[in-house]
Design a protein around this ligand. Structure first.
Ligand code: PMP
Length: 383
């Protein structure tokens, strides 16, 4: 039986995406590929909510995170990196690797970024040229309220770079309207496609930064990708991952047919159901409910429970993959993903098996079936 991936990526593939990948390979310098790629680019713009081109790379999300440091800055430039978890910390490491002067603003794992505090730091450090922040921190299940930060930075001479790897397409991010300069995402999460592609949108303001950036780049040189998108038959400067582009083409079409707004609502609802189940199980969320993510719910391990064992039972006995904690959160939380091609019934099954696995490790502080019932009753309200 294939595992049900209730993880924060990779996420399950819709049949349309799977069959899009089962075709003979086509050459990428052809009209046929150009048509597919142009459609992908147009649809990416819709999902990114931008009028600017979205650059496509054969890479995982981290590759595009690195590229977003390399393309806009020079050694010694001061940047502010906000971190609320593992992926914010990754941005700090990337920026340091390339010799940027990094001001770190770290929050405790489980906390949300305080935008007023961040704006104060920016106002008191005139040297800051760019700000990096994670939209949805997958490691802690926290969504940062980046709109206010983006709107503030829009009227300054600084750029905002956002890691939207686990949010884009599932959580609203109005790139142009809010004024986010660089948005990075990957194929394997809300876009319902396999791992292997990364996407980056670049604002006009960010292109001005590109012109003065002195960090070395070859494969990652954004202008090469932009130039190939300005050609009549769009393609990429180097051989693209043609099959994955076909997959994303199908994934994007499904999202847009369903409607972006509807997709945001659908994810919020899945999060609501998961939070409700946690409550009925007398389990605490890691973050406060008001900034708990729409795509992943991080639940604290109750005292004396081997939560890693719960995760393993769900995987080995019930074929449901959820994830544990990363870094310092290892063994302390369990994370239920509800991202992309999963529905209420996948979640219902996950909660049922979560109950059984909790019982198996000796956690008895709940009425058996109560969480499942609460979720089912919520679903029944819509019937
Ligand atoms: N940022 C966030 C918020 C993520 O969730 C992930 C993947 N879990 C990454 C970056 C890294 O992406 P990848 O594993 O595709 O390199």
């Amino acid at each position: 039986k294939p595992k049900l991936l209730m993880t924060p990526g990779p996420t399950p593939l819709p049949p349309e995406v799977i069959s899009a990948m089962s075709q003979q390979i086509i050459h990428h310098r052809t009209k046929e590929f150009g048509e597919i790629f142009s459609r992908v680019n147009e649809n990416l713009k819709k999902v990114f909510q931008t009028k600017n081109n979205v650059l496509t790379f054969a890479a995982s999300g981290t590759g595009a995170m690195e590229a977003s440091a390399v393309n806009f800055f020079s050694e010694g430039d001061t940047v502010l990196v906000v971190s609320v978890g593992v992926f914010g910390d990754r941005f700090i490491n990337i920026c340091k690797t390339f010799g940027l002067n990094v001001i770190e603003k770290k929050y405790q794992y489980g906390d949300v970024a305080n935008i007023d505090e961040i704006i104060e730091i920016i106002e008191s450090n005139k040297d800051i040229k760019g700000v990096f922040i994670t939209h949805n921190e997958t490691s802690t299940g926290v969504t940062n309220p980046i709109e206010k930060l983006a709107r503030y930075l829009k009227n300054t001479d600084k750029i905002l770079i956002v890691d939207a790897v686990s949010s884009l397409g599932a959580i609203d991010l109005k790139t142009d309207e809010w004024g986010v300069d660089v948005v990075v995402t990957g194929s394997q999460k809300a876009l319902m496609s396999p791992p292997g592609l990364a996407f980056v949108s670049v604002s006009e303001k960010a292109w001005e930064f590109y012109k003065t950036s002195k960090l070395r780049k070859f494969y990652w040189d954004f202008k090469k990708y932009q130039d190939n998108l300005l050609k009549e038959s769009q393609d990429t400067p180097f051989t693209p991952a043609v099959t994955l582009i076909r997959a994303v083409d199908a994934g994007l079409r499904l999202i847009l047919d369903y409607g972006l707004e509807n997709n945001f609502k659908r994810h919020t609802r899945l999060a609501h159901l998961t939070q409700l189940a946690a409550e009925k199980l007398n389990l605490e969320l890691l973050p406060k409910k008001e900034y708990s993510s729409a795509v992943i719910t991080a639940i604290k391990s109750p005292e004396g429970v081997d939560i890693e064992k719960v995760r393993k039972i769900m995987n080995q006995k019930y074929d449901i993959m959820v994830t544990g904690g990363q870094a310092t959160l290892k063994g302390k939380i369990i994370r239920i993903g509800h991202m992309g091609y999963v529905d209420e019934f996948d979640l219902l099954k996950t909660i049922e098996c979560f109950e059984l696995a909790l019982l198996e490790v000796g956690y008895k502080n709940f009425g058996v079936g109560e969480a499942t019932k609460a979720v089912l009753q919520e679903i029944a309200k819509e019937v």
